[in-house]
Each structure stands twice: as structure tokens, then as C-alpha cells.
Design a protein around this ligand. Structure first.
Ligand SMILES: C[S@@+](CC[C@H](N)C(=O)[O-])C[C@H]1O[C@@H](n2cnc3c(N)ncnc32)[C@H](O)[C@@H]1O
Length: 224
């Protein structure tokens, strides 16, 4: 397993009944069972990934502990599941899966999400669905930084800065967060040079975000 999947594993309670949507190879699910989770549902909406998953599960001799299902999104939910994992998909796809079945979300305590993009939008929209961020991490794999979000049932107000940069990341101020701030700043500076004046709304939003990032950098400096 790569570091991203290892961190996801760390964030899940050993007593959780997990549903992994978009399991692909099911490596995470195999590790979940090996370290003590009694039951796991691994689901994917494509046959190719599922046959790879079946091969891996058979090799690990865990066919009796991991249920494989070929279903779309939360259609694979089974009574008793308390934790849903969706990782390695686009943020919009993750939000679509969650919003399509709000009635199922009522029965879920914990969501572990690792969107490949649109992270601020995921923070904002999932918070509106009755969950709040209780933990989050940035994990670097080669040149890419992935965000892993843990949501639990409950309400907590998020500021615009929290939505953009992450409420827990802002508190923890890890080295990787400080590096990410610099990358986010540079990205917006380049974008502002390229955006035509006619896209004034996008320019205005980018300037606002740049200001928040610089303020966060100053806050980090003061905390040192
Ligand atoms: C890039 S893989 C991620 C695998 C693994 N979760 C990880 O984080 O490494 C994404 C997987 O999601 C599956 N997928 C995409 N949309 C889905 C949906 N709506 N329902 C179930 N699975 C889906 C794809 O078939 C693919 O196997």
C-alpha cells in the first residue's frame, strides 16, 4: 500500500463496518481486515477493477471477510455500515455519489474522503450534508499532494479560510502544509498574470484567496 492508503487506514476505527466505494484493487480493504476490522464491503462500478480485487482477496484468503459488489456509488450500502470510504476519485464525482443518496448518509457516522481535486468544494458541500471535519492530512506521493478528509456526524462552522485551506491543517501547521501554502500562493500569482480582465469575477476570487494564503503564511511565521 502507498502512504496515501496507509493514512486512510490509520483514520479508520478498527471496530468500524466499512464500505469502500471505488475499491479498485481492494488493497485497502485487505489491510483493514488484516488489522482487525471484522467486515468490509468493497465495491466498484466496473468489472475490470472488481476482478483484480477478487484475485487479491483470494490470494489473501479473505473471501469470507470481504464482500465484493458491482454497484454504482452508495447503491452498495448494506444495513450496519457505519463508515464510507471514497478515495482516488474527482471531488465532483464524490459529491455526486453522496448527494444521490442522502437517505443513506443519515445512517453513516464517518466518511473518509480523498478527492483528487475540488478539495475546498468537498469540504464545503459535505459540511452542508450534516458532517464536520474531525481530521485531515496532506500526503505526498511522488510529485502529487493528496488530501485525506475525515468527516464525522455533526455541525461545526467553517470560515472561508477553513474551507480553502482546511480547519485541522490550519491548526496543526505540518511542514507539508507550509510547503503547500507556498505552492498555492505561487499557483494563484501565475493565474492572476494569465487571467484576462474580462474574467473579473474569477480574478476577484483568486485575489481574495491569495490574500488569505498570505495571511495564513504570516500566521504560521508568528506561530514558529
Ligand atoms: C483511481 S481508482 C481509486 C482506487 C482506490 N480507492 C484508491 O484510492 O487507490 C477509482 C475507482 O473508482 C471506481 N469508480 C468510479 N466511479 C464510481 C462509482 N460511481 N461507483 C463505484 N465505483 C466507482 C473506478 O472504477 C475505479 O476503480
Amino acid at each position: 500500500m502507498n502512504n496515501r492508503l496507509k493514512k486512510i487506514l490509520d483514520l479508520i476505527s478498527p471496530s468500524a463496518f466499512c464500505l469502500d466505494i471505488g475499491c479498485d484493487h481492494a488493497l485497502l480493504d485487505i489491510e483493514l481486515v488484516k488489522r482487525g476490522n471484522k467486515k468490509v464491503i468493497a465495491s466498484d462500478n466496473k468489472e475490470g477493477p472488481l476482478s483484480k480485487a477478487l484475485e487479491n482477496i483470494k490470494k489473501a484468503k479473505l473471501e469470507d471477510k470481504i464482500t465484493l459488489t458491482l454497484k454504482d456509488g452508495l447503491a452498495s450500502y448494506q444495513e450496519g455500515v457505519d463508515t464510507v470510504i471514497i478515495s482516488g476519485m474527482g471531488g465532483l464525482q464524490i459529491l455526486k455519489i453522496l448527494k444521490e443518496k442522502k437517505e443513506v448518509l443519515k445512517k453513516i457516522d464517518t466518511l473518509i474522503l480523498s478527492p483528487n481535486n475540488y478539495v475546498p468544494l468537498v469540504r464545503k458541500e459535505v459540511s452542508k450534508l450534516g458532517f464536520s471535519i474531525t481530521d485531515e492530512y496532506l500526503i505526498q506521493e511522488k510529485n502529487i499532494i493528496y488530501t485525506i478528509l475525515k468527516f464525522e456526524k455533526g455541525k461545526k462552522k467553517l470560515s472561508k479560510q477553513d474551507i480553502l485551506l482546511g480547519p485541522v491543517l490550519r491548526k496543526r501547521q505540518d511542514k507539508i502544509f507550509i510547503e503547500q501554502l507556498e505552492r498555492e500562493k505561487r499557483g494563484r500569482e501565475v493565474l492572476l498574470k494569465m487571467l484576462p480582465k474580462s474574467l473579473w469575477q474569477k480574478r476577484r476570487q483568486t485575489k481574495k484567496e491569495l490574500k488569505w494564503i498570505i495571511e495564513e503564511q504570516k500566521r504560521s511565521q508568528r506561530k514558529k
